[in-house]
Design a protein around this ligand. Structure first.
Ligand SMILES: *Cc1c(COP(=O)(O)O)cnc(C)c1O
Length: 440
């Protein structure tokens, strides 16, 4: 697979060979995901003999002669130029995420929101439309409904789990369908394949935010997603020590289908690599939401243990969900692993027998939710998720505070709602903490 992009001076070139991952390494199909987490995409040409990927903490890259730097700028030679455009440590993370998601390449971003914003900027412009699940991360909801709206991009929010609702909302201006794999905090689980069928039929790119499930539970590209985005700040990092994001291109979208003239006209010659080339040499380069090499290093360290962490986190969440009905109204517990959950079967089919590390419950009132959080001893009260520590948060007063009452209710955020993100501690200790904090 060969890729082409534009050099920094706009020349169509093979510059992207070094900085657009995908064509410079073989995507191996020979390893299971647990192994790819540790080895995928990174070999001697990235790390030399070092087993940990070196942190190349350099803004720019020097060349032996004026001619070679000119060649790189003209796109006649491949090479790193400036860390906003590409960097060896970032490339290692980009290759690994591309392998894990079964994509042809990826672009690392400074945060999950940077990834969502950058992909939206690549696909849409003033006058265009997005069709989004209404069950999305608060920042994404606010980006679509406020920031992008002001820039002239309209978003229709639809019932996350109903493919017909996505279909009905598509117009000839729709450039992106956006969905998350588990709604947070609503905990609904859209069937990705059904939505992908709708997207394919209309020729619209389907962007799936796989943050909550990670490639350990789900590879959206296998179910028809065109692009996969992540907040790497959560499970992939796993230790609450950096934020980061990534855009992975599945390589399956036909950018010449008439809907994406802005990509096709500038990058059409790159074929399958057109979006990556467009991101790398225009949108991502110009928006500047690049990840720091040191943060990429932390993410590469975190991702190695992702599979064992996710398994433990899902186990802890499922164990607590099964018993929590002893302490709170059983009908007020939302966890896709519970048989009563309306999307239980979708989750079972899609997530390989795991059901995620998050659950929500209703404490009965805002006061009781606060009292519960205040009594916790080992569980931490903060807005992150996917951390090694078990975390509790009251969404209505924190990350959903900005939303109107109607918007909050539409997202399933009642005033008494508590969200728990299960960590790696022993379930007995987590349970004892929950029990003492919920007992009157
Ligand atoms: C946290 C999160 C984001 C935003 O990621 P940041 O790294 O915090 O910017 C986007 N989507 C989902 C599903 C998230 O959980």
């Amino acid at each position: 697979m060969k890729g082409y992009g534009r050099g920094p001076d706009g020349e169509l070139s093979e510059l992207a060979l070094s900085i657009v991952p995908g064509e410079v390494f073989e995507v191996s199909e020979k390893f299971k995901i647990e192994t790819e987490l540790i080895h995928g995409g990174v070999d001697a040409d990235v790390s030399g003999a070092a087993t940990a990927v070196p942190i190349v903490q350099s803004s720019a890259f020097a060349y032996q002669s004026a001619e070679s730097l000119e060649n790189v700028f003209a796109g006649r030679e491949a090479g790193f130029v400036y860390t906003r455009l590409g960097n060896p440590t970032l490339m290692a993370l980009e290759r690994r995420m591309a392998v894990l998601e079964g994509g042809i390449g990826s672009v690392a971003c400074s945060s999950g929101m940077a990834a969502v914003n950058t992909v939206a900027a690549a696909l849409t412009g003033a006058g265009d439309e997005i069709v989004s699940s209404s069950s999305v991360f608060g920042g994404t909801y606010s980006l679509f409904s406020r920031v992008l709206k002001r820039q002239g991009v309209k978003t229709s929010f639809v019932n996350a789990t109903d493919p017909d609702a996505y279909k009905a909302a598509i117009t000839d201006k729709t450039k992106m369908i956006f969905v998350e794999t588990i709604g947070n905090p609503r905990m609904d689980v859209p069937g990705i394949r059904g939505i992908a069928d709708v997207a394919h039929e209309a020729g619209v790119a389907l962007v799936v935010d796989n943050t909550l499930t990670t490639p350990v539970m789900l590879r959206p590209a296998e179910l028809g997603a065109s692009i996969v985005v992540h907040s790497l700040s959560k499970y992939v990092n796993g230790h609450g020590n950096t934020i980061g994001g990534v855009i992975v291109d599945a390589g399956t979208m036909d950018w010449s289908n008439g809907r994406y003239a802005h990509i096709d006209e500038t990058m059409g010659r790159a074929g399958q690599m057109a979006l990556l080339a467009y991101l790398r040499t225009q949108v991502h380069r110009d928006m500047g939401c690049c990840l720091a090499p040191f943060n990429a290093f932390l993410l590469l360290m975190g991702v190695e243990s992702l599979a064992v962490r996710i398994e433990r986190q899902c186990f802890n969440a499922a164990a607590a969900a099964a018993r929590l009905g002893d302490l709170v109204d059983a009908g007020a517990i939302r966890y896709p692993g519970l048989e009563e959950h309306p999307d239980h079967e979708t989750a079972r089919d899609q997530f390989g027998g795991l059901f995620g590390g998050l659950l929500t419950f209703r404490a009965g009132s805002r006061d009781r939710a606060f009292a519960f959080i205040n009594k916790l001893k080992c569980i931490r009260n903060l807005v992150n998720l996917g951390d090694a520590r078990t975390l509790a948060v009251h969404p209505a007063s924190t990350f959903c505070r900005d939303l109107s009452d109607e918007e909050r209710l539409a997202m399933g955020v009642t005033d008494d709602l508590v969200r728990l993100s299960f960590g790696l501690e022993h379930i007995d200790d987590i349970w004892n903490d929950l029990e003492q904090a919920l007992k009157e």
